[in-house]
Design a protein. Structure first.
Lengths: 82, 212
């Protein structure tokens, strides 16, 4: 079993209205914020013994379902397992 | 004539409005549950209605796009049968790749529910054809309706005359004021406004009738 984290963030060129709203609120509280981007984090426990195989599966899952490549970028990280 | 199929996903809520609009136009209609497979040749056309399929989890329309019934919708679309996605249905058609682009959260971050004026760019033979007026008034009701596509995609949509409707006064920040688009063959169409909510004068207008 390999646990993989999938971090998804909107692309820089895409208007991120949620990130902008959060930044505006933080600025309103006096924080100096240059940029804020709002994304999501998904943790997958994959039934694979091999780390490379699990990463391959996670990439396939992310590109076909979890991430919309038109507007989002993603990063994978191995959290637990070989 | 064979019935029009109206698809229902968990969280769809405009299905009965679409069913009633089709009945107003004297068309026979059947509903199809998302978990079932069906034979496209048994139907004359397909409508994916509005709502919040799968609670809009992950992204609006993203999970519904992978349901069993959508595999058959893809076959129907490839065979040239008419497919229409309204609101959440439009989002699903984008997610499954039958239409280009995507629908993002409105620029204002607010859910918008109001009547809007639309201008016809290029008519869709499958849905209304030349029967629709050049300018119509139809309600919108969405939070994720801001159409977005890359510059290349927009250029393609324009060059191939795939832009169906544009907003007269852009309510949500959509690129190029786009409210509805078609695929290249023009048998698959999607739009954010709800024509099924404008099929009788008592509803506030009947410009939506021509869509069905």
């Amino acid at each position: 079993m390999v646990t993989i984290g999938v971090r998804i963030l909107p692309k820089k060129e895409v208007l991120d209205v949620q990130g902008r709203a959060i930044a505006d609120t933080l600025k309103g509280r006096g924080y100096s914020i240059e940029e804020c981007h709002y994304g999501k984090y998904i943790r997958l426990k994959i039934n694979e013994e091999n780390r490379e195989e699990a990463l391959k599966k996670a990439k396939e899952i992310t590109e076909s379902v979890l991430c919309n490549s038109l507007v989002e970028n993603y990063e994978l990280e191995v959290l637990e397992g070989n | 004539m064979k019935p029009v199929a109206v698809l229902c996903f968990p969280g769809t809520q405009c299905d009965q409005d679409v069913v009633k609009a089709l009945k107003v136009m004297n068309r026979s209609v059947e509903t199809i549950w998302y978990a079932d497979h069906f034979s496209p040749k048994n139907y004359s056309a397909f409508i994916l209605p509005g709502g919040f399929s799968y609670g809009d989890y992950l992204r609006a329309g993203a999970l519904a796009a992978h349901s069993p019934a959508m595999r058959d919708i893809q076959k129907a679309a490839q065979a040239g049968q008419p497919v229409l996605g309204i609101c959440n249905g439009f989002q699903i058609l984008c997610e499954v790749g039958l239409l280009g682009g995507t629908l993002q959260i409105n620029k204002s971050l607010r859910f918008i529910d109001e009547w809007v004026e639309l201008e016809l760019c290029h008519s869709c033979f499958a849905w209304g054809g030349d029967q629709v007026q050049k300018t119509v008034s139809i309600p919108i009701a969405h939070r994720e309706g801001r159409f977005y596509a890359s510059e290349d995609q927009i250029k393609k949509l324009e060059d191939q005359e795939q832009i169906w409707w544009k907003y007269k006064n852009n309510p949500n920040g959509s690129v190029k004021d786009i409210a509805g688009i078609m695929n290249k063959k023009k048998n698959v169409a999607g739009l954010m406004p709800h024509p099924e909510r404008a099929v009788a004068e008592w509803m506030g207008g009947s410009a939506g009738r021509a869509f069905f």
